[in-house]
Design a protein around this ligand. Structure first.
Ligand code: FES
Ligand code: FES
Length: 157
């Protein structure tokens, strides 16, 4: 077992973990933060995307021991002063989800994009989300929601 200290959604967690434990399993099984989902466990679907030290990362592709000393933000930690994040509101208002399984990862990847590109073009959204798969929506409403959230956050209308 290895001792790790990982800050998740603003809370510092000290835990003993097996060296093989994936970060996504640390979040879900050790911390009980189950909103971050697992689609493939092989780095392909993006459902498990979180923010790791300021950049989006697929948490099934990172070992918990690799995240030792890091700061992680999950979908459960992006609300702003108790209010839903603009991306969460936009996904809801623009029907950008159906089953919702991909949504936590989509929003975390989109949040990373909006941090770098406040008002992205549709093709920039598509490129940023190309590692996130959705089996339900056909993507159009997801792209529209990300653009709308960018505008709400201060990009040009
Ligand atoms: S569960 Fe991590 S990319 Fe699919
Ligand atoms: S809403 Fe079902 S997989 Fe995207």
């Amino acid at each position: 077992m290895r001792r790790v200290v990982i800050t998740v959604d603003g809370v510092v967690h000290e835990s003993e973990v097996e060296p093989r434990l994936l970060l996504v399993h640390f979040l879900r099984d050790v911390l009980n933060l189950t909103a971050t989902t697992i689609g493939c466990d092989t780095g392909n679907c993006g459902a498990c995307t979180v923010d790791l030290d300021g950049a989006s990362a697929k948490s099934c592709s990172v070992l918990a021991v690799q995240a030792d000393g890091s700061t992680v933000t999950t979908i459960q930690g992006i609300a702003i002063r108790g209010e839903r994040h603009p991306l969460q509101r936009a996904f809801h208002e623009r029907h950008a989800l159906q089953c919702g399984y991909c949504t936590p990862g989509m929003i975390m990847a989109a949040r990373d994009l909006l941090g770098r590109v406040p008002c992205p073009r549709p093709e920039e959204v598509r490129e940023a989300l190309q590692g996130n798969l959705c089996r339900c929506t056909g993507y159009q409403n997801i792209i529209a929601a990300v653009i709308a959230a960018g505008r709400e956050q201060g990009g040009p209308a």
